[in-house]
Design a protein around this ligand. Structure first.
Ligand code: MN
Length: 217
């Protein structure tokens, strides 16, 4: 059984100037690659787990042998989180308020305006962003900020430490921002709030809406 490092869906420099080329190169080729290698090493010799998806493994960590549980949690979580992270970013995405973004991509994804309206349950696009940024800035040490959807279709902003992921608690992440220092330190040093602010410019809303639809259909 073996997981593989997915290719970046764009060039290393595609998210410039918001996320720099060197950071993307190290983040994908070194950090993500290491999570995949260590996950595969942990699973070696566990033929009973062969064929299980990464989501299945993470959703049911208690079912794993105790000796590999932490390794799968950290490295499997790292693999799952980063695979999603690359996909929910894209160069040249729509900009502006939620309404503007919704209008810009409504012709491409039916129902996106409904999703935008749902995000309005946070009060406004700006209020949602503020809540999300606060989750990222407030995470002490390393971790992630998320927008998740639960089994009933409700949206929530949350944060996890390390490489933990909301699917460990039965919620599906549809947008996530990596706030480990390795995600921003070369360009932003200690200025995590500046990184989070810039990151909104590279969110791939098409992918977020697709993930919302998949999680609720
Ligand atoms: Mn990372």
């Amino acid at each position: 059984m073996s997981f593989t490092l997915p290719d970046l869906p764009y060039a290393y420099n595609a998210l410039e100037p918001h996320i720099d080329e060197r950071t993307m190169e190290i983040h994908h080729d070194k950090h993500h690659a290491a999570y995949v290698a260590k996950l595969n090493a942990a699973l070696e010799g566990h033929a009973d787990l062969e064929g299980r998806s990464i989501e299945d493994l993470l959703a049911d960590l208690d079912q794993l042998p105790e000796g590999i549980r932490t390794a799968v949690r950290n490295n499997g979580g790292g693999h799952y989180n980063h695979t999603m992270f690359w996909e929910i970013m894209a160069p040249g995405g729509p900009r502006g308020t939620f309404e503007e973004i919704g209008t810009a991509v409504d012709s491409l994804i039916s129902g996106f305006k409904g999703f935008v309206k749902l995000l309005g349950t946070f009060g406004s696009f700006e209020a949602f962003q503020e809540q999300f940024n606060a989750a990222g800035v407030g995470r002490f040490g390393s971790g992630w900020a998320w927008l998740t959807v639960d089994a009933g279709g409700a949206l929530a902003v949350e944060s996890t430490p390390n490489q933990d992921t909301p699917i460990m608690d039965g919620r599906t992440p549809i947008l996530g921002c990596d706030v480990w220092e390795h995600a921003y330190y070369l360009k932003y040093q200690n200025r995590r709030p500046d990184y989070l602010q810039a990151w909104w410019n590279v969110v791939n809303w098409h992918e977020v809406a697709k993930r919302y639809q998949a999680a609720t259909s």
